[in-house]
Design a binder for this molecule. Structure first.
Ligand SMILES: O=C[C@H](O)COP(=O)(O)O
Length: 249
């Protein structure tokens, strides 16, 4: 079923004290909303944040995980480790992971399989770079990112997947895709899914937009028919701004 979701990706921000402050600020802002609310703190703060928001309408999610179950992978965290601290959802394929940590469609396909094998929900990120858009290749880039990492899956597993379209040129730059650019790409993503999995999977897919979403532009972006929510970076670090975005639905 298609849902409205607003997820705050804190990236590598907030130590424990800052996390506690932000959680208490977030709690003051919570009111009934049409959107599911998620926050993704760093690994060190996952358990604390999970415990501290246990009774609130906030799901705590991880920013990444490894595909292996365990073993000699220094610095990495597995799906079962995440689940052991209450985490049910993981962000995979963020452009910063692809750019700085060499994540590829191939390694992401393995991470997707591992998360699904643990019955986790995935927020799967992808998006073109500025050069791709300038060359008019944005659709083919996005299509291959989706196909290479996800098209080996059975249709049924898509109920555990949320897609997040994040044009790299709009992340943390202050430059947002126009609502029309977001809508056009989201419609294309749905068409891509439909070509392999049919219209039920395509229509039911929740597709988030990410890239410089702020209180000032959220309503217009979320107003587009194929945009089901947002993956928020910078604006998720201020409780008031984050909830202004949540309440833009
Ligand atoms: O994960 C979130 C996205 O990278 C968007 O970040 P941003 O809102 O700071 O542009």
């Amino acid at each position: 079923m298609r849902k409205h979701i607003v997820a705050g990706n804190w990236k590598m921000n907030n130590d424990l004290a800052q996390t506690e402050t932000l959680i208490s600020e977030l709690k003051k802002q919570i009111k009934t909303s049409d959107a599911e609310v998620m926050i993704a703190p760093s690994f060190t703060n996952l358990w604390h944040t999970f415990e501290a928001t246990r009774n609130d309408d906030i799901e705590v999610v991880a920013q990444n995980m490894h595909f292996a179950e365990n073993g000699a992978y220094t610095g990495e965290v597995s799906a079962s480790m995440l689940k052991s601290v209450g985490i049910q959802t993981v962000i995979l394929g963020h452009s910063e992971r692809r750019a700085y940590y060499n994540e590829t469609d191939e390694s992401l396909a393995k991470k997707v399989d591992a998360a699904l094998a643990h019955d986790m929900r995935i927020i799967f990120c992808f998006g073109e770079e500025l050069a791709d858009r300038k060359a008019g290749n944005e659709e083919s880039v996005v299509e291959s990112q989706i196909k290479n990492a996800l098209f080996h899956l059975e249709a049924l597993t898509f109920k555990n997947i949320v897609l997040a379209y994040e044009p790299v040129w709009a992340i943390g730059t202050g430059e947002t895709a126009s609502p029309e650019q977001a809508q056009d790409m989201h419609a294309f993503i749905r068409k891509t899914l439909e070509s392999k999995y049919g219209n039920v999977v395509a229509d039911d897919m929740t597709i988030l937009y990410g890239g410089s979403v702020k209180p000032a532009n959220a309503k217009e972006i979320f107003g587009k028919p194929d945009v089901d929510g947002g993956l928020i970076g910078g604006a998720a670090l201020k409780a008031e701004d984050f909830y202004a975005i949540v309440n833009a639905f």
